[in-house]
Design a binder for this molecule. Structure first.
Ligand code: PHE
Length: 341
């Protein structure tokens, strides 16, 4: 029996089989216990030798089980320590940090540049009334000019019953500002704008920065000098080529569009040498009708306004060839242009 038990003990390699062995031998119905019960029917002599031997066996098995248990616990602890060991010499796994999107970065730069020139920052909603986006800005009612903006019209209607729109430009914030502030006004506004348009230099959602100055003296010359200073500061170079072209907007008169000299060779559009131009902004002297629509006396006040494409400013500065990539949410693109840690 002893040899049997010890052999079983040898094979018992987990807590459960050890416990089973203990019950099978030392438990109430166990083999040793059964032998103990037989002692009663033995002669005193037999009982003495057999009983003593049984006791020795019982102690031996008990001790063997306890020892084996301890050995197993220690081995388990060793295994655990080994598997959970930390190699402090390994390089750390760094969490992947997010980064500022180029558009957000350009917005921050522009807010700083215009902030230094005394412009306050205003805001307006992406969903605008027809009045703020068009009517107040001197777009004639039902005029095709509303269509030239490739407008996204919404089903929702404003108080005047006209369909609301996704703003096609940030110019409605001019209206909002003039309606709530008295001149002098000197503000910028940045945000999303929407037009049904998509190619390398157009995306249906894009960003503009609007500027508005209303006082008693500002002229087209002020407009020009502010724009030139801001664009040079933004591109961080002195020899930016700018081209002011006469243009038409319902809300400014006279009006000018401005192109930046750039290089479109090699599959990119980048500020600098080359014979190419990219339009980046519209501007002009605020039309008297707009002032009137916003409760400002055009005989006393005048001013200028401009609206610039922020995404285009970004592509020119960083040499990104396709505007659509800006909003494709591909982290490899950010990385490629150095916008990733
Ligand atoms: N809102 C015009 C556009 O998006 C730009 C502009 C702004 C022109 C202000 C003149 C004055 O095309």
């Amino acid at each position: 029996l002893e040899r049997d038990l010890l052999a079983r003990l040898d094979k018992a390699n987990d807590d459960a089989s050890l416990e089973a062995l203990r019950i099978d031998t030392l438990g109430k119905q166990g083999s040793i216990s059964a032998l103990m019960k037989n002692l009663g029917s033995m002669s005193p002599d037999e009982r003495k030798t057999f009983g003593a031997a049984l006791n020795v066996l019982k102690d031996k098995i008990t001790e063997a089980i306890v020892t084996k248990k301890a050995v197993m616990a220690e081995a388990a602890l060793d295994r655990q320590l080994q598997s959970e060991a930390v190699d402090v010499t390994l390089p750390p796994v760094r969490p992947r940090l997010g980064t500022i999107h180029p558009v957000s970065q350009v917005m921050e730069e522009l807010a700083r540049i215009f902030g230094e020139m005394g412009f306050a920052v205003e805001e307006g909603p992406d969903i605008e009334t027809d009045f703020n986006n068009f009517t107040a800005l001197n777009f004639p009612p039902n005029h095709p000019a509303r269509e030239t903006h490739d407008t996204f019209f919404l089903d929702a209607k404003g108080e005047d019953g006209a369909r609301k729109v996704l703003r096609t430009h940030t110019s409605p914030v001019q209206v909002r500002t003039m309606l709530k502030q008295k001149p002098p006004i000197r503000m910028i506004c940045m945000g999303r704008t929407f037009r049904k348009d998509s190619d390398a230099t157009h995306t249906p959602m894009f960003h503009q920065i609007e500027g508005l100055v209303i006082d008693e003296t500002s002229t087209m010359a002020d407009l020009k000098s502010v724009l030139i200073a801001a664009i040079k500061a933004y591109f961080e170079v002195d020899d930016v080529r700018l081209r002011f072209r006469p243009h038409h907007f319902p809300f400014t008169e006279p009006s000018a569009e401005v192109d930046v000299g750039c290089d479109r060779s090699g599959g990119t559009i980048k500020i600098g040498a080359g014979d190419d131009w990219l339009e980046i902004l519209g501007s002009g002297m605020v039309h008297p009708n707009v002032l009137r629509n916003c409760g400002i006396d055009p005989d006393k006040y005048q001013g200028y306004a401009f609206g610039m494409g922020i995404d285009r400013l970004a592509m020119l500065k960083y040499g990104m060839p396709d505007l659509r990539d800006f909003f494709a949410a591909d982290a490899r693109w950010l990385k490629h242009y150095g916008f990733s840690p």
